[in-house]
Design a protein around this ligand. Structure first.
Ligand code: ATP
Length: 282
């Protein structure tokens, strides 16, 4: 399948600080790829390089099969959507009028505005002036603007950092809708649940280096220990090793009708991150 993004041995130095070192990955068409890492690990720097806002010090970065810096070309730029913490909205205009301006810029019919406002749960607030919006609302307008023109590739830097759980879930539905329509999504987050819910694959970034890449489910299986937890009718949890000894004990508990539930002991993505890097994600 076609690679939408290809990054090979990417490096970025700021004065005497290494922000990225030997970073390599590919993202296929239609994939949602999560870039997970603690503050300062290099997530935003990667997005800036891939969206032609910053040049790398070394290595290759290709988007749509061409060097990323060529995204400065307006025809190519229209194929991407970018959400960063710099909102770029007109404070004195309403939500609707802001999006109308961007419709003009991208040559998109105004009918699209209600579609995107629905996706970010802001249809009722469309007449509100941007200067009077909460941080979370502003984030949702910026998100709506990022996918107003149905981009082929969407870069989302911490898309739900200012949102409550209800609005986050609303956004997840919207993003899944985009995904179903074939949009490729590059997402950075500190939020492991978000990564599990949305991403086909994740990369763990720590101090500018990729430590691990894979589908969340596969990584959890790979790092699972060799045990299962059995909840007993007296409320206790018994941890059993997989194998003959565990099977015999399980047989005994089952025949005594003491088992309430059985769970595999797979780690969360957060647990794996700590195991690999010795650091917490947030
Ligand atoms: N313009 C810059 N000048 C100098 N150093 C920078 C610049 N931009 C980023 N850095 C440094 O590069 C490193 C990576 O920063 P980056 O913003 O990419 O991290 P991040 O993972 O996005 O963090 P956060 O989750 O806090 O947004 C940090 O140490 C940061 O201080």
């Amino acid at each position: 399948m076609e690679n939408i993004i290809e990054v090979q041995s990417l490096a970025k130095l700021f004065a005497n600080q290494t922000a990225l070192e030997d970073v390599s990955f590919q993202i296929k068409k239609g994939e949602t790829f999560g870039f997970l890492g603690p503050s300062g690990s290099g997530k935003t720097t990667t997005i800036k390089i891939l969206t032609a806002q910053m040049a790398q010090t070394d290595g290759e970065a290709y988007v749509f099969g061409r060097p990323a810096h060529l995204l400065k070309d307006p025809a190519q730029r229209g194929r991407i959507g970018v959400l960063t913490d710099n909102s770029g909205l007109y404070e004195r205009l309403s939500i609707y009028d802001n999006l109308k301006l961007y419709c003009g810029l991208y040559n998109v019919p105004h009918s699209r505005i209600d579609e995107v406002l629905e996706m970010v749960n802001l249809k009722e607030e469309r007449k509100k002036v941007v200067s009077k919006l909460s941080k979370g609302m502003t984030q949702r307008v910026t998100l709506a603007r990022a996918f107003l023109h149905k981009p082929d590739l969407l870069f989302l830097d911490e898309p739900t950092s200012a949102l409550d759980p209800v609005n986050s879930r609303h956004i997840y539905r919207g993003l899944n809708q985009l995904k179903e329509n074939g949009t490729t999504i590059f997402l950075t987050t500190h939020d492991m649940n978000e990564a599990e819910l949305l991403c086909d694959r994740v990369a763990f970034l720590n101090k500018g280096k990729i430590q691990l890449i894979g589908p969340p489910k596969q990584l959890r299986k790979q790092y699972a220990d060799n045990t299962i937890s059995v909840e007993l009718d007296n409320g206790q949890i018994e941890v059993l090793e997989k194998g003959d000894k565990g099977a015999q004990r399980m047989y005994q508990l089952m025949s005594e009708n003491k088992v309430v539930s059985v769970n595999s002991n797979e780690p969360t993505l957060g647990d794996i991150f700590v195991e690999i890097t010795g650091r917490k994600l947030s």
